[in-house]
Design a protein around this ligand. Structure first.
Ligand code: ADP
Ligand code: MG
Length: 445
């Protein structure tokens, strides 16, 4: 697999760099444990707790360099009652789901005594204490199990697995972006950035250790380490915020938090659109009388926004259907067109902000055609532009074509045509889970 060491573990906020606002995001950074990205053949499992879905998968690595077989992938919505239950209920549920998955895929074969190695992909801010342990800093994306904040997450899962008598070892606790970076790197060693646009949003990138203020003096074998930015919490006074953003934030379960995520990710875009339509219906009569459905937070999903935005029927029948579900029946075509325009404006803004975030990272590491803005790197020194791969995953990016197009278009606009030729954005379906399983493989010796 080559020699880039992927390092992460203890996390701490770093980096308030005023040179580029995106980089001034509260940056959570990997500090200690460093490991080589080697290949170890065998079967590995991953469990990914996202914001909407949990995924379980099994991969098999062969002795050959190219042999990676993703054998089974299950994806289920997280039952909503679990999001504000207790740690025990949540982890019992996850352990039960893993048990069912294993029973099904092993299909009665005798695998007693076989220890299964598991990656736990966890897409919430953690303070890592080792490669396989970390405590929850806070919940985001609607989870609200307050007693879990400060708890060792991998230990909770391991205890639940042990209670069920499952012979499974939580070998790594991995942020989803780091998993995606790993898979990206596995396929293409020019991958240095990974971004997730799903229910929430986050990014990580490969940084030179000597350029990380918090890690002065720390040595990794490769000289690099992965910085998990937790960019969903980025904020800047230069980022224009509308009254819809302010209201959404104030009424959310995590107000004054995750401001960037609330402008660009799948959990929130639908609700921004809903708020605009609600205001229009209150201040004009284009939608007829205002309905109570439209006043319900999160009643309009981002999936419905993309369905309306991408409605290609001449009469905008999908728009009409969704508006009817919102208690707004029988609006004329020109009003349906107006709704499509609202979807377009909100999604275009999200795509362009997302692109600005990626461009900010590229600027930080000197892959935007400039010399980079990282301390430890001499400023203004123009480097030869290297091929740079940005691995991207998440349901919003994978499924909402217009979001993806706006993001990619804006990235070219910001970087310029010439530099853009060297920047490849690569979709990584299930990258965070598969990549986490690869990390577990790399830990075996
Ligand atoms: P998770 O965030 O649980 O890891 P995903 O990465 O699959 O899961 O992201 C799921 C989210 O992506 C959904 O909650 C939704 O906001 C968004 N999404 C999925 N499909 C679509 C779609 N067709 N159009 C718009 N948004 C979508
Ligand atoms: Mg995810």
């Amino acid at each position: 697999m080559g020699k880039v060491a992927v390092a992460f573990a203890a996390v701490a906020p770093v980096c308030s760099n005023s040179l580029h606002p995106i980089i001034a995001v509260v940056c959570w950074i990997a500090l200690t444990d460093c490991f080589y990205f080697r290949r170890e053949k065998g079967t590995y499992y991953a469990l990914h707790l996202g914001g909407t879905y949990f995924r379980i998968l099994r991969v098999h690595l062969g002795a050959q360099r190219s042999y990676l077989d993703v054998q089974d992938v299950e994806r289920h919505p997280i039952p909503s009652h679990l999001m504000n239950s207790t740690s025990e209920v949540l982890f019992n549920f996850l352990a039960f789901s893993l048990e069912r998955f294993i029973e099904k895929e092993e299909n009665g074969s005798d695998s007693q005594g076989v220890k299964r190695e598991l990656a736990f992909t966890f897409s919430y801010p953690l303070k890592h204490t080792s490669i396989s342990s970390g405590v929850l800093i806070k919940w985001t994306k609607g989870f609200e199990i307050s007693e879990m904040v400060g708890k060792e997450i991998a230990e909770c899962l391991q205890d639940a697995l042990d209670r069920r008598g499952l012979n499974m070892h939580v070998a790594a606790l991995v942020n989803d972006t780091v998993g995606a970076l790993s898979l990206g790197y596995y396929h293409d060693p020019d991958t240095v950035v990974a971004v997730v646009f799903g229910t929430g949003s986050n990014a990580c990138y490969l940084e030179r250790t000597d350029a990380i203020i918090k890690c002065q003096g720390l040595l990794t074998t490769s000289g690099s380490m992965v910085v998990n930015m937790e960019w969903g919490n980025f904020w800047s006074s230069h980022l224009p915020r509308t009254s819809y953003d302010t209201d959404l934030d104030a009424e959310s379960s995590n107000s004054n938090d995750m401001g960037f995520e609330k402008m660009i990710s799948g959990m929130y875009l639908g609700d921004i659109v809903r708020r605009v339509i609600l205001r229009m219906s209150q201040e004009s009569d284009v939608f007829g009388p205002t309905t109570s459905v439209l006043s319900e937070p999160y009643v309009l999903s981002t999936n419905s926004v993309s369905a309306m935005h991408e409605d290609d029927t001449p009469e905008l029948l999908e728009v009409a259907r969704i508006l009817k579900d919102l208690g707004v029946p029988d609006v004329p075509l020109k009003v349906r067109k107006l709704v499509v325009k609202v979807c377009d404006v909100v999604t275009r803004r999200a795509g362009r902000l997302a692109a600005a975030g990626i461009a900010g990272i590229l600027k930080k590491i000197g892959r935007d055609g400039s010399g980079g803005i990282t301390s430890g790197r001499s400023r203004g020194e123009i480097q030869m532009q290297k091929r740079t791969v940005v691995a991207v995953e998440g349901g919003l990016y994978m499924n909402y074509v217009m979001f993806r197009e706006y993001m990619e278009e804006a990235l070219v606009e910001i970087l310029g045509e010439e530099v853009s030729q060297y920047v490849v954005v690569k979709a990584m379906e299930d990258g965070s889970s598969i990549g986490s399983a690869l990390l577990v493989a790399s830990l075996q010796s």
